[in-house]
Design a protein around this ligand. Structure first.
Ligand SMILES: C[S@@+](CC[C@H](N)C(=O)[O-])C[C@H]1O[C@@H](n2cnc3c(N)ncnc32)[C@H](O)[C@@H]1O
Length: 243
C-alpha cells in the first residue's frame, strides 16, 4: 500500500511514522509513506496556502489551488486510490473502516488547518471525509497519523501471528478480554487460575466470556449489532440476571 500525506507540517508526519508497527511495515516493503509539503504548491512568494473567508468572519481557510495541484502531482499508483480529507464532519473512523482501507492500494490524506478547507475541495476533489471523533483538533495531522496507524497494522502480513489483530477490540464486534503476564502473583493479586491450567478449551471459553463481560459493562451498545452464538446469549442472560 502507498499513503501520500499532504500537510503544512511535513515533519510532524515524517517523524511519527518512524516508530513501531508503521516503521516495520515500511521496512518490510508492505507500506510506502510519502509526505508532501503543501507550501510547495503555493502561488506566492510567502508560500501561504490560506486566505480570508468570503462573507467575513474570523479565521483563515485553506485555498483550493494548492490542494488541487498537490493531489494532481501525486503520480497515480497502480490500483484504486482514495482521496481522504481528515475532518470532524467526516464518517467516524472505526476498526471496520480501517480494515476496509487496509485493502486499498493507495490513500491520499489531506490534513486541514485553520478553519478547514475551501468547500470546493470537499465537493470536487476528495472521495472520502473521515473523522477520528466528535471533537475539534487544530489540524488533520494527528487524525492522519491515527488513521495510518490503525490501517497499517491491518495490512495483510504486517502483524505476525503472535501479535495478530484478530482478537483486538472491535475486530469481532466486541471488546478484547483482559490479559495477564508474569508474575503469576504480585502483591497478593493472582492471575486467574484458568490461565495457568494449560487447558486451551477452558481458556478460550473464559476469554470469550470475559470479552462479553467487558463489552456488557463498558460498551453495551456494541452487543446490539454483533452476531452472537447461543452460548454467548445464554451467558449474557446470566449477566443480566446478576445485575
Ligand atoms: C480547527 S479544524 C476545522 C474545523 C472546522 N471549522 C469545522 O468545525 O468543521 C482544522 C482541521 O483539523 C482537522 N480536524 C480537526 N478535528 C478533526 C477530527 N475530529 N477528525 C479529523 N480531522 C480533524 C481537519 O483537517 C480540519 O480541517
Amino acid at each position: 500500500m502507498r499513503i501520500d500525506v499532504i500537510t503544512i507540517f511535513p515533519e510532524m508526519i515524517a517523524n511519527a511514522v518512524e516508530y513501531s508497527t508503521v516503521k516495520r511495515a515500511q521496512e518490510n516493503g508492505l507500506l510506502e509513506i510519502v509526505v508532501h509539503n503543501l507550501r510547495d504548491f503555493a502561488h506566492n512568494q510567502h508560500r501561504s496556502v490560506d486566505d480570508y473567508c468570503y462573507g467575513g468572519g474570523a479565521g483563515m481557510l485553506m485555498k483550493p489551488e494548492p490542494l488541487f495541484e498537490a493531489v494532481k502531482s501525486i503520480s497515480s499508483v497502480v490500483g484504486d486510490t482514495k482521496i481522504i480529507l481528515l475532518s470532524p464532519q467526516g464518517k467516524l473512523l472505526t476498526q471496520d473502516m480501517a480494515r476496509r482501507l487496509s485493502l486499498v492500494d493507495h490513500l491520499i490524506l489531506i490534513c486541514g488547518r485553520y478553519k478547514g478547507v475551501d468547500e470546493r475541495v470537499r465537493q470536487n476533489l476528495i472521495t472520502d471525509e473521515i473523522s477520528i471523533g466528535d471533537y475539534v483538533l487544530s489540524g488533520g495531522e494527528i487524525p492522519a497519523l491515527a488513521l495510518i496507524d490503525a490501517v497499517s497494522r491491518l495490512i495483510p502480513g504486517v502483524l505476525g501471528d503472535y501479535e495478530s489483530a484478530q482478537d483486538d477490540s472491535f475486530s469481532e464486534g466486541i471488546l478484547d478480554c483482559p490479559h495477564y503476564t508474569r508474575p503469576a502473583e504480585y502483591q497478593g493479586m493472582r492471575v486467574p487460575e484458568v490461565l495457568l491450567s494449560g487447558d486451551h478449551k477452558r481458556i478460550r471459553e473464559w476469554q470469550r466470556q470475559q470479552a462479553l463481560i467487558c463489552t456488557y459493562h463498558k460498551r453495551p451498545d456494541l452487543l446490539r449489532s454483533v452476531p452472537l452464538s447461543e452460548e454467548d446469549l445464554e451467558f449474557l442472560k446470566t449477566l443480566k440476571e446478576g445485575d
